[in-house]
Design a binder for this molecule. Structure first.
Ligand code: HEM
Length: 313
């Protein structure tokens, strides 16, 4: 074994590298708390409003035709109209005066939840005539689809308000060199080839929609199984090397630790790349589905408003 054990761990081991979260610490505390818990708190409040609304639907005197019930219908519709400023602001540069796109995205998602809840109260959580049922279901379809879109959006962007991630960028982060292993690869001869073989198996682009949906779940199992099998072989090779070299014997535990840290981090990154390919595909597909849902909402809402005002149905 030609390598010098004193250099173990001196390589650019990613497992112990910088986290790249420096700018996080410069944010005010309230902003960090908002970023961390804002969505969960908002979603919990929305769920509570829906549960309370649904549970009290029989005891509440709220009518869609007049009073507060009618007002909630108008408010909900207006909120849904305002949330459309996000796609408009994103698409048309002339609307730059309205401020940053990311703020409008935040407003879009907030109103996309609050507006439909106002409409649910307007309908008092009941299905009415055919036209109102169609409008209500279309709205729930669009809002539900929006929630799915939000999930996918976050998977293919740098955070919810960052720019889109690219496959090339992610692939650049999964280099396979001895330095990346903190030097462990010099004492575990097959370490890099084992990991490369795993990469080959995992980095196959998904075939079709079903494969794209199932891939993130499959990756969860593949990553665990891959890690276990590679680490078992690393242990075996290290023991073989240790039997021949007192130096390796002396540093066996440290080498195992370095190799495990490298494999864990590498597999995590490769999994992200593989999952990205699936999420990217699903997000593109989602866009194709979301827009027709939205057009359906526009048509059914217009029909609903005309029907209730002209024919009172
Ligand atoms: C009635 C409620 C909603 C309506 C009418 C609506 C409408 C729209 C429209 C028209 C687009 C643009 C689609 C395109 O450009 O292809 C869009 C995009 C989007 N919406 Fe909504 N939406 C609603 C609710 C929501 C909710 C509740 C969320 C999530 C919390 C959400 C998240 C998104 C996301 C992530 C995008 C894609 C953004 C992008 O690619 O830039 N939407 N929505």
């Amino acid at each position: 074994m030609a390598a010098n054990p004193s250099t173990i761990g001196s390589g650019r081991s990613r497992a112990h590298g910088a986290t790249g979260r420096a700018d996080e610490t410069h944010k005010p505390r309230w902003k960090r708390l908002y970023d961390k818990y804002g969505t969960a708190a908002g979603m919990s409040l929305a769920a509570l409003a829906i549960v309370i609304g649904y549970a009290g639907r029989d005891s509440r005197r709220l009518f869609a035709e007049h009073g507060l019930g009618y007002a909630l219908g108008i408010i909900g519709s207006l909120l849904i109209l305002v949330l459309l400023l996000y796609p408009l602001r994103k698409r048309y540069r002339i609307l730059k005066v309205l401020g940053p796109v990311k703020n409008w995205f935040r407003v879009h998602m907030m109103l996309g939840v609050v507006g439909p809840i106002a409409i649910l109260y307007h309908s008092n959580f009941a299905l009415g005539s055919v036209n109102s049922t169609a409008a209500l279901l279309s709205m729930l379809l669009v809002a539900g689809s929006g929630l799915v879109g939000r999930f996918l959006y976050a998977k293919v962007h740098k955070g919810l308000y960052g720019r889109k991630t690219s496959l090339k960028e992610l692939l650049a982060g999964v280099k396979l060199t001895t330095a990346e292993t903190g030097g462990a690869a010099r004492f575990v001869p097959d370490l890099l080839s084992m990991v490369a073989e795993y990469d080959r198996q995992v980095l196959k682009p998904p075939v079709g929609i079903v494969d794209s949906i199932l891939l993130p779940m499959r990756l969860e199992f593949k990553t665990r199984a891959g890690y276990r099998s590679i680490v078992a072989r690393v242990r075996q090779q290290l023991d073989e090397q240790a039997a021949q070299s007192p130096v390796v014997r002396q540093h066996r535990d440290r080498l195992l630790e370095l190799a495990c840290a490298f494999v864990r981090e590498h597999l995590k990154r490769v999994r992200r790349v593989a999952a990205f390919a699936a999420y990217d595909r699903l997000f593109a597909l989602w866009h194709k589905v979301h827009l027709p849902f939205f057009y359906l909402l526009i048509v059914t809402a217009i029909v609903h408003v005309i029907a209730v005002h002209l024919y009172a149905v």
